[in-house]
Design a protein around this ligand. Structure first.
Ligand SMILES: [Zn+2]
Length: 315
């Protein structure tokens, strides 16, 4: 297997160094003690944002504070002997609290903005906390009986007090694919709600009872009317906006005529590397950000960092 065929192992949101230590989630004594230890570090989410310190970008993690225990803390895991816990606060509290320390360059930002700039530990912590937040926000009630569910197991389970059913964080698989034609041109499309010039590869959710291969073939056929062959798996990363796991593929097609599905796409075309470079340099084209697997797929086809962008992950 050549280096080019190795899967993406360092996608921005797949990097994680923290041991999730699932056994701690069911150990109430251990969970309860986390916030009593001054060396524990707390990641505070306010809405979707966390405090990020500049140069090099890193999460501002603080020692536990009075009141954290009452905020349903989520246990994120342990790294180098330090336990990491996330707590949430309403987004309005972002201003006015927590004055910056002297000399601190601090901004409030979400995973999309800073995910590619954080180191492996912080990227993993923020990805897990963002995914948990999105799940808790959308799953407050039991899907069986409608009762309000309770958070247990350090944030990794919701239990229904009425029927005892247990609900785990959900992840919805989605496929994303770089499709090339016989001249190695890349298929790029503009989604219906996007501004003109914003381009990406095709993507879509895996349907109930469907394989990944069938989902890729169906999405490409539905969106641009071509049949693919030569499907190659490239890698995956969580995409917790709100709950996807993106599974990335490369695919080829022998057909060049596109029939654009107007209910999903504004436009779609084949691009040569020169055409894409020119569009980027002239500012007519924008691509998905470095944090996305879409960016990485386009970069891989292009053969290196894209004009006007750094590498998809700092290397
Ligand atoms: Zn229930």
């Amino acid at each position: 297997m050549s280096a080019a065929d190795e899967t993406f192992l360092d996608l921005a949101l797949s990097r994680s160094r923290v041991d999730r230590l699932a056994r701690v989630r069911t150990d109430d004594a251990e969970l309860g003690a986390l916030l009593d230890r001054p060396q524990t570090r707390v990641l505070e989410l306010r809405g979707d944002a966390v405090a990020v310190l500049a140069g090099p970008a890193r999460l501002r993690l603080r020692p536990p504070r009075e009141g954290d225990a009452g905020r349903e803390p989520w246990f994120l895991g342990r790294d180098a002997g330090v336990d990491y816990v996330a707590v949430t606060a309403p987004r309005e509290t972002r201003e006015g609290e927590d004055p910056t320390q002297e000399g601190e360059d601090l901004t409030w930002a979400g995973l999309r903005e800073v995910g590619a700039d954080l180191d492996d530990r912080d990227a993993g912590l923020l990805t897990a906390a963002t995914a948990l937040r999105a799940w808790h926000d959308r799953h407050g009630h039991c899907p069986r009986c409608g009762a309000a569910t309770e958070v247990v197991q350090g944030g990794w389970l919701r239990r229904c007090p009425s029927d005892g059913s247990e609900h785990h964080p959900r992840t919805d698989p989605a496929v994303i694919m770089a499709v090339t034609d016989p001249d190695d041109r890349l298929l790029l499309a503009t989604g219906l709600p996007w501004p003109e010039g914003r381009l990406s590869v095709l993507a879509g959710f895996v349907e109930a009872g469907e394989s990944l291969e069938a989902a890729v073939a169906r999405e490409v056929e539905e969106e641009v009317g071509v049949q693919i062959d030569g499907l190659v798996y490239r890698g995956n990363q969580p995409w917790p906006f709100p709950g996807s796991l993106m599974l990335a593929f490369r695919a080829r097609t022998g057909q060049t005529h596109l029939t654009v599905q107007e209910s999903e796409l504004r436009s779609a075309s084949w691009y040569t590397r020169d055409q894409l470079s020119e569009g980027l340099r002239e500012g007519r084209v924008t691509l998905p950000s470095r944090v996305s697997v879409a960016h990485r797929l386009i970069e891989e086809w292009f053969g290196g960092p894209l004009p006007g962008h750094g590498p998809a992950v700092p290397r």
